[in-house]
Design a protein around this ligand. Structure first.
Ligand code: NOJ
Length: 611
């Protein structure tokens, strides 16, 4: 792109942005005492009140950054990222403007599922550091007003966890009932013992593993090395509350609940239905198994009381010990908005603060009508709860592969980032998205690290492609490690890296920074409703942010590779022929005279304050 053109457009944008940045009382990080600097008196009390409100509501307009610690920053040359590496990069995160970092699991683990197989919930895996390193990370993050969120994996443990080692040691061990054990059934044709039903692991093949010693099967929704915990047992509830308290006491700002929809299974043990295509043919998944409908093992009602308990325990902790809301985030892959709404809990019995809206996240194609309808759902169907929008995580190909066209990938990522940060609610993004890191899957089966990529090769290549080392600079290992990285650094690191983008005020990184700053400083973005405009348009998604007492803001994003002009002044949802003052725009968009004609370049974005 012609950098001169960019420069002209950006100069006025940056000036406006700077003008918009007004001083706000510093938010207080999880576990840190709020800093009230003024002396007592009316002014002091008012400030204290505002400070307390910020501490309480920080999550409602939060920007959350997901870190895959193994791939973020290595400090000891072993090729694996570590906690000290995250601490080292806190200034970068601060500059980016994030309020919280969510760490995928850093607990001791045999690392079969790269940390999601936990063998001790109250420690740090030596490959990541020590508890002291963790405490230092929380303290340093706190100084920068960044909260640290932990992954809470309650569906399963590692098969090396002492609870499971006990459980499998004999049928009458006190821990036997901490896991899901069942007798097999006898197959009439062969006379052999077979699993109790047809349930499958999400990672391929039967979800039942035979234990020769105690002659029963145990259930595992994920890897064989990840036995499911039995949530019918009250001791399990107490054990996980205790785990939560352990980390809350260390000052964490909340938890992301892993695989929460798979917590319970239907006690009837009935077979799940087989999914067929439109011609009635059974669909075969990447592992060669028939696709099942998940009706007996996913989203079972028992998970709601569990989350109500966890929320009550966490809320109670907030009140009694440290100030500041500890936020509960859910990994909530659900079929529709109605099911997502339930995750917030019924009136008076709150569950998640922020269950992930995977409805929007995984539309996986740039279709204006679908985006509009899913965003309207998030605005109107969540009973006034706060949406948590996201587009990416460590389990899915990155944005280039799901939304890119191979030609305008960076522009498309600007479009997605705009939707993410300029919509109401909290926003979650994945490390490397801010520089446009590309999905880089292994080319040969022998290079695959993620076990599902071995079981499912070549249809399922695993998740290595979206977990490659963070690209800090153009050096041999991208500034990630001085050793040999656990996954190869993608060749794209030569051009796509933080150091290069920091020098370029028109980079994707700068775009992210600008959007985040606007989200935090423009009142309509901070608290305004989302109202869709120009709702018949199939090329451009436009919306208004509107809050009482605040200037309205319009946002337009072009979903096509063609230039577009939109008229937000007239028509059904038009807001009148008013003037508009540019807040942010991409190259190709001129400063419009009025809302009658907003011009956008290919995949262009325009954002302006209505005068
Ligand atoms: C969801 C996590 O995001 C994924 O990485 C993991 O493999 C499964 N849960 C099992 O814990």
């Amino acid at each position: 792109m012609d950098s001169k053109i960019r420069k002209g457009i950006w100069n006025c944008t940056i000036a406006l942005l700077m003008a918009l940045v007004f001083a706000t009382a510093a938010p207080t990080a999880g576990g840190q005492t709020p800093t009230v600097k003024t002396k007592p008196g009316n002014k002091g009390q008012a400030e204290q009140k505002r400070n307390q409100a910020e501490v309480k509501d920080w999550w409602k307009n939060a920007v959350i950054y997901e870190i895959y610690p193994r791939s973020f920053q290595d400090t000891n040359g072993d090729g694996l990222g570590d906690l000290n590496g995250i601490t080292e990069r806190l200034d970068y995160l601060k500059e980016l403007g994030v309020d919280a970092i969510w760490l995928t699991p850093v607990y001791p683990s045999p690392q079969v599922d790269f940390g999601y197989d936990i063998s001790d919930y109250k420690n740090i895996d030596p490959q990541y550091g020590t508890l002291a390193d963790f405490d230092r990370l929380v303290a340093e993050a706190g100084k920068r007003h960044i909260r640290v969120l932990m992954d809470m994996v309650m569906n399963h443990t590692s098969d090396q966890h002492e609870w499971f080692l006990e459980s499998r040691s004999s049928r009458d061990n006190p821990y036997r009932d901490w896991y899901v054990w069942h007798d097999g059934k006898v197959d009439r044709a062969t006379g052999k013992t077979v699993p109790p039903n047809n349930w499958q692991s999400l990672f391929g093949h039967s979800a039942w593993e035979w234990d020769a010693k105690t002659r029963q099967y145990y259930y595992h929704k994920f890897y064989i090395q990840q036995p499911d915990v039995n949530w019918h047992n009250p001791q399990v509830h107490a054990a996980f509350e205790d785990v939560a308290h352990f980390w809350l006491k260390r000052g964490v700002g909340g938890f992301r609940f892993d695989a929460i929809t798979t917590l319970y299974e239907d006690p009837s043990l009935a077979d799940e239905g087989v999914v067929r295509d439109k011609d009635g043919k059974v669909i075969i998944n990447a592992y060669g198994d028939p696709q099942l409908d998940g009706s007996k093992t996913d989203n079972q009602p028992g998970l709601h009381p569990v989350m109500q308990e966890m929320r009550a325990a966490t809320d109670k902790f907030n009140l009694e010990t440290f100030p500041g809301t500890r936020v509960l985030i859910g990994e909530t892959y659900l079929p529709n908005i109605e099911e997502l709404t339930k995750m917030y809990g019924p009136p008076g019995k709150p569950e998640f603060h922020l269950p992930m809206d995977t409805q929007v996240a995984f539309i996986n194609k740039l279709d204006v009508a679908t985006f509009r309808s899913k965003l309207i759902d998030a605005e109107t169907h969540l009973s006034a709860h706060i949406p948590l929008l996201l587009f990416d995580n460590h389990d899915n190909p990155r944005l280039d592969m799901r939304y890119g066209d191979g030609v305008h990938d960076e522009d498309i990522q600007r479009v997605l980032a705009t939707i993410l940060f300029a919509s109401r609610g909290a926003a979650l993004f994945y490390y490397g998205d801010e520089i446009g890191m590309k999905t880089t899957p292994p080319e040969r089966k022998q290079d695959v690290k993620d076990p599902i990529g071995i079981t499912g090769w070549p249809r399922e290549k695993g998740r290595d492609g979206e977990r490659t080392p963070m690209q800090w600079d153009a050096s041999a290992q991208a500034g990630f490690t001085t050793g040999t990285p656990w996954l190869p650094v993608p060749p794209s690191a030569q051009t796509i890296n933080v150091a290069a983008q920091k020098k370029d005020p028109y980079s994707l990184l700068a775009w992210y920074q600008s959007l985040i700053r606007l989200k935090k400083t423009v009142p309509a973005f901070e608290r305004g409703a989302n109202i869709m405009l120009d709702v018949e348009n199939t090329n451009v998604l436009s919306w208004l942010r509107q809050a009482p007492g605040a200037a309205q803001v319009v946002v337009c994003v072009n979903f096509t590779a063609e230039p577009q002009t939109v008229n937000l002044a007239t028509g059904g949802a038009g807001i009148g022929p008013r003037h508009v003052k540019t807040l942010l725009k991409t190259p190709g968009a001129a400063d419009p005279q009025s809302l009658r004609a907003i011009k956008l370049g290919p995949f262009g974005v325009y954002m302006g304050e209505v005068q």
